[in-house]
Design a protein around this ligand. Structure first.
Ligand SMILES: Nc1ncnc2c1ncn2[C@@H]1O[C@H](COP(=O)(O)OP(=O)(O)O)[C@@H](O)[C@H]1O
Ligand SMILES: [Mg+2]
Length: 255
């Protein structure tokens, strides 16, 4: 099962949600792969993977596709093992940004699907983190995935942007990946006391969007887990947000 977490807006929780869902999935015993397609490498860093010049990354995997990589390697060669049992990462590095144009001009958007299909034989769950753009990498991810999740940060502009986002994704679905399904919208940094979030959430419901019942609270522990480079299920198993992540994964798995 391949799931992509996508929203073209930055800072909505893509890296947080993809990394923590992957971590919770690994904790449940699924051999899980986290694919980081953002050149910033936030989820790579969060999962504790250090990149040095010898580390093979997802950018190297794409370089191999366009013939820039000397020794041919199987897809598993680009996968890095984390310190957490069952959790593996196909890490990002900053050169993803420099090769994007070349990949785009050579129509390599379908290659990620082939690679992840091959890796599906080894990994029971694949979570894909995407950049904050509707660019080559997010399109490749949406073509490669079975399901997509949309993090929503209860911001006025996000509510306006979500329709445009879904239009973009539906176009990819229609043209390239008929089987892609919207798993649901994840309400992140939810504040039950504030009025705006419930108004915005009501609007999403009126539009008929599938919202996950589980909402992720805003918590400093999320930021702490980023700086500890340890996803919440491993860092704070009994914290409120960890329990929300577990409940969210239950819902994701049931859909
Ligand atoms: N539920 C949350 N509570 C507190 N901080 C959060 C929460 N979700 C995300 N953050 C913080 O917001 C910032 C953006 O989150 P991130 O997952 O990197 O978003 P994106 O990948 O969409 O850009 C990060 O600093 C992260 O620690
Ligand atoms: Mg991110």
């Amino acid at each position: 099962m391949k799931r992509v977490v996508f929203n073209q807006k930055g800072g909505v929780g893509k890296s947080t949600i993809s990394t923590n869902l992957a971590a919770e999935s690994a904790l449940r015993g699924y051999k899980t792969l986290l694919v980081d397609l953002d050149a910033q490498g936030n989820s790579t860093h969060y999962a504790g993977i250090d990149i040095n010049e010898d580390t093979l990354t997802v950018a190297d995997m794409f370089k191999q596709i366009v013939g820039w990589f000397s020794k041919p390697q199987p897809p598993t060669a680009f996968v890095q093992q984390t310190a957490f049992e069952n959790l593996y990462v196909l890490p990002a590095d900053p050169t993803l940004a420099t090769i994007e144009r070349e990949l785009e001009s050579r129509y390599k958007m379908f290659k990620l699907r082939e690679t992840l299909e091959a890796l599906s034989e080894e990994f029971e769950r694949i979570y894909i983190d995407t950049p904050p753009n509707f660019n080559f990498y997010s399109k490749a991810a949406l073509i490669a995935a079975d399901e997509f999740l949309v993090p929503f940060d209860c911001d006025h502009f996000s509510a306006q942007a979500i329709e445009r986002l879904l239009e973009n994704v539906m176009e990819i679905k229609e043209d390239h990946n008929q089987d892609l399904t919207l798993s649901g919208v994840v309400i992140n940094q939810y504040n039950a006391q504030a009025k705006l979030p419930s108004t915005l959430i009501g609007e999403l419901q009126e539009k008929g969007l599938p919202l996950f019942e589980t909402r992720l609270s805003s918590s400093v522990k999320v930021k702490e887990s980023h700086s500890h480079r340890t996803p919440l299920p491993f860092l704070m198993p009994s914290h409120k947000v960890t329990k929300q992540i577990a409940a969210l994964l239950d819902e994701v798995e049931q859909r």
